[in-house]
Design a protein around this ligand. Structure first.
Ligand SMILES: Nc1ncnc2c1ncn2[C@@H]1O[C@H](COP(=O)(O)OP(=O)(O)OP(=O)(O)O)[C@@H](O)[C@H]1O
Ligand SMILES: [Mg+2]
Length: 239
């Protein structure tokens, strides 16, 4: 089961917006996905209440994320998306610890980017893969990024923080579709907003594949190292 945690200490960075659009996008592409609302503000719960059909399913994390994650595992979900509060409460750090990949939305600009450090530190301390997603960025002109986006990439690069190479632009469509209980693609599959979320979802899938492959290789290495280690009797532990 792949767990994508959307986290940022900064309020209004786009955690709930990206959680909803990504989770709905994953369902469009045929995945069994679930969202966990781990923010007492209840933005995801509100969005979900406006949807018809019930997919992706929503679990609350009112009493922590352990129980909803165990439930999701038992029910065989492939993807879990967790929306978190703009804080470093225990439930947020637990959601980061449980993550296959932590996505940190940030608006381009010094103050917002500076605020990602705290979330980055928590992900690093817990050894979880993470990446910043530049959100609400000025729309590209002639396929060129705005100077503030290029400057933001430079700032994060100096901190050694990985950043998704694409961007989610400031588009009314992101907010409007959520207000109707939809995702960008459900509102208009040919919209630029839907295209950007599609690209982000593809990047998330590719990253998670790479993370899972690296984890499997590390496990195989440590198992073969254990098998090669002589036991107390002088014989190898495993055949
Ligand atoms: N790419 C975007 N284009 C247009 N509006 C956006 C975009 N991203 C977010 N918004 C708007 O910005 C506001 C804050 O976004 P959102 O609620 O997703 O942030 P958040 O990080 O979840 O905030 P909080 O920390 O309070 O939970 C919302 O009104 C949302 O509609
Ligand atoms: Mg939110």
């Amino acid at each position: 089961m792949n767990i994508i945690t959307l986290a940022s200490r900064k309020g209004g960075a786009g955690k709930s917006t990206l959680t909803a659009h990504l989770a709905a996008q994953s369902c469009v592409t045929g995945e069994r996905a679930l969202v966990i609302d781990a923010d007492p503000q209840g933005s995801l719960t509100l969005w979900h209440s406006l949807r018809s059909g019930g997919e992706p399913r929503l679990f609350s994390a009112a009493r922590g994320i352990e129980a909803p994650l165990a439930h999701a595992m038992m029910e065989g979900y492939d993807w879990v998306f967790i929306d978190t509060a703009p804080s470093m409460w225990v439930v947020v750090t637990e959601a980061i610890r449980a993550a296959t990949l932590v996505l940190i939305p940030a608006r381009p600009g010094l103050f917002d980017l500076n605020a990602v450090r705290e979330t980055v530190n928590v992900a690093r301390e817990r050894n979880r893969p993470y990446a910043v997603v530049l959100n609400a960025a000025p729309v590209k002109r002639d396929d060129r990024e705005a100077p503030v986006v290029a400057q933001s990439r430079g700032f994060l690069d100096k901190l050694g923080v990985p950043v998704w190479s694409g961007q989610i632009s400031q588009r009314a469509g992101f907010a409007l579709s959520l207000g109707a209980g939809l995702s960008a693609a459900e509102a208009d599959v040919r919209s630029l907003a839907a295209d950007e979320i599609g690209r982000l979802w593809n990047a998330v899938r590719r990253s998670v594949e790479a993370i899972n492959a690296a984890n499997a290789a590390a496990r195989a290495n440590s198992e073969s190292a254990r098998a090669d280690t002589p036991s107390e009797t002088g014989r190898p532990r495993a055949a």
